[in-house]
Design a protein around this ligand. Sequence first.
Ligand code: G3H
Ligand code: ZN
Length: 277
Amino acid sequence: MFFSTKELLNDALQGNYAIGAFNIYNLEGVKAVISAAEKLKSPVILQIHPAALTYGKEALVAMCLSAAEASCVPTGVHLDHSSKPEEIDLALSSGLHSIMVDGSHLDYQRNIEFTQKLTQRIHSLDGVVEAELGRISGSEDGLTVPEIEAKMTDPQRALEFVALTQVDMLAVCIGNVHGRYSKPVNLDWQRLTNIRQIINIPLVLHGTSGVPDEMVIKCIELGISKFNINTELRQAYMKTIAQSQEDDLLGLMNNVVNAMQTVVEAKLRLFGSQGKA
Ligand code: G3H
Ligand code: ZN
């Protein structure tokens, strides 16, 4: 069943669980995510990174939309981290209407203008927008504490940003980073609490790969409704291929799907979305 991501996240927020948004690149990724979600009767989001969209174009979007429609669990399809209007145009013209408008590389004022303009356009087409305030980087190596804090989401600015841009969900920066964590994960719980207290739209955590389970649970308690996972799935995929002795292509594809499905199932259980379909 194809579902709006906004509806999935609002239900999760009301129900005190979270939705997993898994980055997929091809049919194996789609099969792994949908099979896990159907097995656990969990709502889920298939998420496409712009690099994957540039590679797979309309065919990748069509595959995700048709897999979402054919699935027996509520399934959303979402475009991740879009900082270029042409990527958003390609998504919209391909039928993908849930989009992360990512102006986080811009200064605060320009992020507002960029996000406002694209949100108006996407909303006019009945679409849904996620935006980011603060800057989630690949790693915090080499940064001083004030530099790290400057990249985090400021609660008062978040309130103003959401009011001015009218986005539907907000990605927060509370110490989360993309890819591998080179140091123990250190999330700013007070900051998340302060943001949740004054923001009434669903909140999103990027960089979930590598975040310890107990921290994920605390994030949900403090009001995160969507977790983005990419690295852990990619690692399962690539490790399976690297270690494979399989000489049959379909056999290898099935092994890859199984490896990724195992990761997705563990995350869906952790997010508390099992049985919520
Ligand atoms: O937008 C996608 C992500 O934030 C994924 O982060 O690769 O650290 O899991 P990750
Ligand atoms: Zn991300």
